[in-house]
Design a protein around this ligand. Structure first.
Ligand code: ADP
Length: 674
């Protein structure tokens, strides 16, 4: 029935009870008992009653109380999906949607992708007929609205993790409010949140038709420790704290919050090094956890540690509310988070590491007190925590990110007046007008009518891609005759991670091998070479091929899958015959195609100091060390880039050499010749 295999990214695929050879009756019993112990269970009737009698129910409960896994099952068991309709449960994060579907299918004893399924960008493990409980990302459900504006396939929509306030969550809340006007009788909306800001959600909907249910269990006390003086290097400090806990404290797992993958890998390496030759540390089981980690690494995170072992989970803020790992007694909080921030002035989306909010710090601490009293080690001082360094709450995405995708979707759904739209929280006007300008610049919106353009805008809204990437894909068919390469480029750029690996101690060998793929035209063409090489290799030897060429097979498999999805979108749009169109050796076609999507991200080499400057603002931007241009002596005069990152410096990634003449040719409305 066309159910695709759950991908490796959906990770976490593994029986919670391990493969310990339990017979199915015992497993069922254990699962049943565990389900009964969750705080949600005590509120089962109250929850069902609330949903029965109110169009909107707001549920508040600590992470781990059973909102995401139990409530959809309660609804299913009491007949909310009996008449062929589905129960939707949306998540801000793809990895959480996949993981929850896996967990719930296991609890219900059904195969994933049948009664319980999930659907996220580029990966669908659900069945149009059979699936009754469907986990999706908010963005995926919004895209379903394009085909089914009243979401008539669903009887209940549960917007989970609403406290995250992603743009997609906010947009979905606004859409659901509109849909409820038409489906008050037969649609139920549930909003679930980990924090106590329930009133805000409720008052957005009509108060007399909504209700708040709180299902918090009694959390245990958490003892908070601060640093006496600020630390110089929080990564070293995190590793040291873990070792100290292990040596001085009672048994219990440790959860360490770090801002991102790089930080996680650094601390991991540090701890591994200390473990070497120190048998007291041998009982530490080190487990990294971030989006995009391999399935085999992820699945161990949820297993209870063997007797005598202590798990140390090194995690991004995905473990703050989205996933709950049992057994955690100690939390180490470095106080930082990686956040995307859109800079209206430069038009660049940046990844910045910043201080978390106090409410975030509280959530993190709470992870230590779920099953017994715990301790949180904050790697900052008490003074800092009370200073203006820490804000009270996080700034929601709608106030700090590019709104291009949201605007595109709202337009596609027929919202003509974006200023008067009933938002959950109105976006800042400058972000709104920037998004409109950008979409107009890309050719997706007609500025005169304010409507999506028929040739580009309407199709762009259907694609699950950032608008610039979507424009590259569509223009590869319409204008630049490089479909094969553009599909590969867009797929590789959608990965968000580099496929090149450098095994420790084999750096020069790996770099030498990489040269085989490197294109003078830059990173994007290099990535396309890699993917085409992978796709041309017979399936059974692909793993070997990746190993030989120092490439990550999981990411390439994912890219190949994304390519196929992109192709199916193009087929649906009537471009089946175009799929084979290749630019051959005429790489300028692909370069121009990339410029048509990324003409706002252009930089020029300043010969005086040898550094690049953004054309728009003159700001200095450097080549990221992962780029092929980083170590090349001859650097192109002009480049376009796919993304920028702001760590210690502003870096560009996914770089392509361009001819400045193309800018005025492809985006004359944006550039004029000086
Ligand atoms: P909430 O939505 O309130 O945060 P969940 O329904 O996600 O809570 O989780 C309830 C409980 O189910 C957790 O405390 C955890 O023990 C268990 N659980 C959830 N997901 C998994 C999983 N993938 N593997 C093992 N246990 C899980």
């Amino acid at each position: 029935h066309g159910v695709s295999q759950p991908d490796s990214e959906s990770g976490f695929i593994r029986s919670y009870y391990g493969d310990a050879g339990l017979d199915s009756a015992t497993r069922k019993m254990l699962i049943y008992e565990q389900r009964r112990r969750l705080p949600a269970f005590k509120h089962r009737m109250q929850l069902l009653y609330a949903v029965e009698n109110n169009p909107v129910t707001v549920i508040v409960g600590e992470p781990g109380s059973g909102k995401s896994t139990q409530l959809p099952q309660y609804l299913y068991e009491s007949g909310w999906a009996a008449d062929g309709k589905k129960i939707a449960c949306t998540q801000p994060r793809r990895v959480a949607a996949a993981m929850l579907a896996q967990r719930v299918s296991e609890e219900m004893g059904v195969e994933l992708g049948t009664t319980v399924g999930y659907s996220v960008r580029f990966s669908d493990a659900s069945d149009p007929q059979m699936t009754r409980i469907k986990y999706l990302t908010d963005g995926t459900l919004i895209r379903e609205c394009l085909a089914d504006p009243l979401l008539s396939a669903y009887s209940v929509v549960m917007v989970d993790e609403a406290q995250d306030r992603s743009i997609a969550t906010d947009t979905l809340l606004a859409l659901l409010k509109k849909i409820l006007h038409k489906r008050k009788a037969d649609l139920r909306v549930i909003i679930s949140s980990a924090t106590l800001d329930a009133e805000g959600f409720r008052s957005f909907f009509e108060k007399d038709s909504s209700i708040i249910v709180s299902i918090s269990g009694q959390p245990f006390p958490v003892d908070t420790q601060y640093l006496a003086a600020p630390c110089e290097n929080y990564l070293a400090c995190a590793a040291e704290t873990v070792v100290n806990i292990h040596e001085k404290e009672a048994p219990g797992d440790i959860l360490v919050f770090l801002p991102g993958k790089d930080a996680i890998l650094t601390v991991l390496a540090e701890l591994e090094e200390q473990q070497y030759g120190n048998h007291r540390l041998e009982s530490l089981l080190l487990l990294p956890m971030y989006a995009g980690i391999s399935a085999s690494d992820q699945k161990v995170v949820f297993d209870l540690a063997q007797k005598g072992m202590r798990k140390v989970i090194l995690s991004t803020n995905v473990a703050e509310t989205s996933v709950t790992i049992d057994g955690v007694v100690y939390v180490v909080d470095c106080g930082l988070v990686k956040q995307r921030v859109f800079d209206v002035a430069t038009g660049i989306d940046r990844l910045v590491t910043r201080t978390i909010s106090r409410s975030s710090a509280k959530q993190r601490a709470g992870r230590a007190g779920r099953t017994q009293s715990g301790k949180v080690y904050r790697l900052y001082t008490h003074e800092a925590f009370n200073s203006s360094l820490f804000t009270q709450h996080d700034v929601p995405e709608i106030s700090r990110l590019s709104l291009a995708t949201m605007v595109l979707t709202l337009k596609a759904l027929g919202v003509s007046n974006l200023v008067r739209f009933d938002y959950f929280q109105p976006p800042p006007p400058e972000l709104l007008s920037q998004a409109l300008e950008m979409l107009a610049g890309l050719g997706a919106i007609d500025m005169q009518s304010g409507l999506l353009t028929a040739d580009l805008g309407l199709h762009l809204a259907e694609l699950p891609l950032d608008p610039p990437l979507g424009v590259c894909l569509l223009n590869s068919v319409a204008k630049f005759a490089c479909v094969r390469e553009a599909v590969g480029a867009v797929a590789m750029l959608s990965l968000g991670d580099s496929p090149f690996v450098i095994p420790s101690g084999r750096r020069s060998e790996a770099l030498e091998d990489r040269r085989e793929f490197i294109a003078q035209e830059g990173d994007v063409l290099t990535l396309v070479n890699v993917l085409l090489g992978y796709q041309e290799t017979p399936v059974r030897v692909r793993q070997q091929w990746c190993h030989l060429h120092f490439l990550n097979p999981r990411l390439l498999d994912q890219a190949a899958r994304i390519s196929r999805q992109l192709e199916s979108y193009l087929v649906r749009m009537g471009h089946r015959d175009s799929l084979r169109i290749s630019c051959g050796r005429d790489f300028a076609l692909l370069q121009k195609c990339l410029v048509s999507g990324f003409f706002t991200n252009v930089a020029r080499l300043d010969k005086l100091d040898g550094r690049y400057r953004l054309i728009r603002s003159g700001q200095i931007i450097d080549i990221h060390p992962s780029s092929v241009y980083f170590s090349m002596d001859a650097k192109p005069d002009y480049v376009a880039f796919a993304s920028a990152m702001d760590t210690t410096k502003l870096y560009m990634q996914g770089i392509t050499a361009i001819d400045p003449g193309w800018l005025t040719e492809i985006a004359p409305h944006y550039f004029s010749i000086k």
